[in-house]
Design a protein around this ligand. Sequence first.
Ligand SMILES: Cc1cc2nc3c(=O)[nH]c(=O)nc-3n(C[C@H](O)[C@H](O)[C@H](O)COP(=O)(O)O)c2cc1C
Length: 195
Amino acid sequence: MTITPFIVGIGGTTRPDSSSELLVKQVLFHLEKEGAETQMFGGAKLAGLPHYAPENDQRSDDQKYFIEAVRNANAFVIGSPAYHGGVSGLVKNALDLLEDLREDPVPYCAGRPVGTVVTAAGWQGCGVTLQSLRGIIHALRGWPTPLGIAVNSVKVRLFNHDGDLIDTDTNNACKIQAEQIINFLRTESKPNAND
Ligand SMILES: Cc1cc2nc3c(=O)[nH]c(=O)nc-3n(C[C@H](O)[C@H](O)[C@H](O)COP(=O)(O)O)c2cc1C
């Protein structure tokens, strides 16, 4: 890996101190410690993206900015809360917009690692939403990291009043996921043995 990787975080809710957003940011924090440059599209920014409509090819400045960031990214971290057993509409709306990248030489998230983060109020919500998020990433031709993070935000006290992550296991998971993304990027840039 000779260049500084550029990694885009997508996710969260419009709630202040959204747990899914803070955990995506925590993975980005560990990625920055590994030398990456990062950009976060959290709940507030995602809420500014108009509802994706396939028949409408007009794009707002926010949509164009988001698409351009995804186009230039070397990797992603995507987080969602469990909303009624799946990925939230807010996050899915942003991911649906990636349809604009279908005709790109490197379409969607193709060939790039994608860290996955889910928070839910129950363990079933954790499992089913993580699985569904991984399915979406496969559809976008990305590579979900081996470690997906899914945390029950009711059972685990994740943050202190300042919004700092205080759960050691969850922080370790964020660190491992960041390492997996960096290792993927290092492996990908290695010359093939047959070259
Ligand atoms: C509309 C809505 C639907 C939800 N559905 C589920 C669900 O199906 N399963 C679950 O475990 N938690 C569910 N939750 C709880 C959230 O997933 C949980 O509180 C999550 O941590 C919120 O993420 P945030 O902190 O990023 O806002 C739901 C919450 C809302 C507001």
